[in-house]
Write a protein that binds this ligand. Structure first.
Ligand code: ADP
Length: 553
């Protein structure tokens, strides 16, 4: 396609630039010579047939010269001397025409119009010399035959008429010369632009080749341009059919479900869809690669859709590393769960068989049991990190009491960290929630507030409600979070720059679990923070989860 377009452009440029090359001039001179010779032949033939006395036999000489010159032009290659041969040919034509006109001796003066052919050729093809030759020729054609006419001297008006026609034809020659110059300039500008565009193309293709992401531009007519080897590799691996642009080896995120042609990246992009980092698995089973694909529609300034630009990135190594990390987490979690299940079981046996109240250890046993249960849930969360699920079961529960217990559980830690922990809880109210998960939300937020607030700081929990929803906020005046990192703290394993590698431990999972629990209840969680000034995490939950939310069984 690109080649054809370039060929068309090249052709147009060559046509525009006919006069600037010897070959172009040869073509013009040769092509115009034949009509001149034919017209001269027809004119002379018609005149002689009409009136045999109108011309002498001598008229055959100029005619023969023109015929020979025409034959030579067609048969002999003459580019090497184009400048002179072409100009000489036109001058020979003019001379022959003058001789014919002399011989006609004022009869059929319209034959003089044949001069237009060589005059235009000279003015168009041979620059200023050609223009000068054209003008001189015009005057020669007008004046030479008239001045040597057999009859009486020319009347003044006749002279005026001849001069007017010579000047008019000279002006035509000047116009043709001017047009030729403009055309040459346009051709020069166009070919400069084509060269610049070609250079730009080369630069773009080289840059695209140098980057390790696959890139391509798919035109609206489904042809591909600006592909680089990474993209071609992707196409090959996906077994893309060049007709449909759909691959037979393209799978969804589960690596096994083949994606139908309409769900594949190229088809989607051609529909003008715009997407970022969509994961596709491509290749033969067992040797699949994971690829993140982004696409943008390319729209011209006047709104016409030109096609779509693609970028694909092979992230197989990264996905393998994530998978290895998740396998590791799952393994470790299993190892921890077994002894913990036994601890919780024996705690229940103790609770059932001993009257802890009488022994004065009821509170301590409750705390041990609650913490063991929390620990079990955390391990469960780690286990579920791989499949992104957090199981929930909502039931009517006393929210204020859960919050009080969560604050009570963290108070000792807050005090030993030198922090002032306060809370403002609204009067008791009920909501349909997963009690343990909600406790986990408060616990995670309070634990973070305590962890990330230096000694002497303050942590405050506020719980409020109206008829439809409750609002829980945990505020601290600790280290705070930079603005660009605030949305990211809810991602799995994300820890802010300031705590990474520091003394404060953490896996970067707490807030992602908070968000999943809150969203599972049909609620929202957000953070407002400023580095050095502290953070406020706010959770808004409906008093009962909306239909279809994961918290409902
Ligand atoms: P972690 O186990 O690392 O605390 P979280 O998912 O609970 O994991 O939190 C993610 C990151 O968000 C933390 O590592 C920390 O950088 C930042 N963060 C969370 N809570 C706070 C807070 N109250 N103040 C400052 N930074 C916080």
């Amino acid at each position: 396609m690109a080649v054809t377009r370039r060929a068309v452009l090249g052709d147009a440029l060559r046509t525009l630039g006919t006069r600037s090359t010897p070959a172009g001039r040869r073509t013009m001179v040769t092509r115009s010579q034949l009509p001149f010779a034919v017209l001269l032949t027809v004119a002379l033939g018609t005149i002689l047939l009409t009136d045999a006395a109108a011309a002498s036999v001598l008229v055959a000489i100029p005619w023969a010269v023109v015929a020979v010159v025409t034959g030579v032009l067609y048969l002999v290659p003459w580019e090497a001397r184009a400048e002179y041969t072409g100009l000489a040919t036109s001058l020979v034509d003019i001379a022959a025409l003058v001789v014919v006109l002399v011989d006609l001796d004022g009869r059929v003066p319209e034959v003089a119009l044949l001069q237009l052919i060589p005059i235009v050729v000279m003015a168009y093809c041979f620059g200023i010399a050609g223009l000068a030759a054209s003008i001189l020729s015009t005057f020669a054609v007008a004046l030479v035959p008239a001045s040597i006419r057999a009859d009486a001297a020319l009347a003044p008006l006749e002279v005026v008429g001849l001069l007017v026609s010579a000047v008019a034809i000279s002006l035509v020659a000047v116009g043709v010369y001017g047009a030729a110059i403009l055309l040459t300039r346009a051709q020069k500008r166009l070919s400069d632009a084509v060269v610049a565009a070609d250079d730009q193309n080369t630069v773009i293709l080289t840059v695209l080749e140098a980057i390790d992401a696959g890139t391509a531009f798919v035109r609206s007519d489904r042809s591909l341009a600006f592909t680089n080897s990474a993209f071609r590799e992707l196409v090959e691996r996906s077994r893309v059919d060049p007709e449909t642009l759909a691959g037979t080896r393209v799978f969804g995120a589960d690596r096994t479900t083949p994606l139908g042609p309409e769900d594949q990246m190229i088809a989607q992009a051609l529909r003008g869809e715009y997407f970022d980092s969509r994961l596709h698995w491509v290749g033969e089973p067992g040797a699949q690669h994971s690829v993140l694909v982004s696409a943008r529609p390319v729209v011209r300034a006047d709104g016409v859709l030109l096609g779509s630009a693609f970028v694909s990135k092979d992230v197989t190594e990264l996905t393998d590393a994530i998978r290895a990390r998740e396998d590791f987490l799952a393994g470790v979690s299993h190892e921890l769960r077994t002894p913990l299940t036994s601890i919780i079981g024996y705690l229940e046996v103790i609770q059932d068989s001993v009257d802890a109240g009488t022994l004065g250890v009821q509170r301590e046993l409750d705390i041990v049991q609650r913490n063991a249960t929390q620990l079990m849930m955390r391990i469960g969360d780690l286990l579920h990190v791989a499949d992104e699920t957090v199981t929930m079961r909502a039931r009517p529960a006393e929210v204020t009491r859960i919050a009080e217990q969560a604050v009570g559980a963290i108070r000792i830690r807050a005090e030993s960290a030198g922090l002032e922990l306060t809370c403002a809880l609204c009067p008791s109210f009920e909501a349909t929630i997963d009690q343990n998960r909600f406790a986990q939300v408060i616990d995670n937020l309070l634990t973070n507030a305590v962890k990330y607030t230096p000694r002497g700081g303050h942590v405050r929990l506020v719980l409020d409600n109206d008829d439809e929803r409750m609002t829980l906020s945990v505020a601290d005046d600790g280290i705070g979070i930079a603005e660009d990192e605030q949305p990211r703290v809810f991602e799995r394993f994300y820890r802010t720059e300031s705590v990474r590698g520091g003394a404060i431990g953490g896996a970067g999972l707490g807030l992602s679990i908070v968000r999943r629990i809150v969203q599972g209840h049909g609620g929202e969680v957000g953070v407002v923070s400023a580095p050095g000034a502290g953070s406020t995490f706010t959770v808004v939950l409906p008093l009962s989860p909306p239909p279809g939310s994961p918290a409902l069984p």
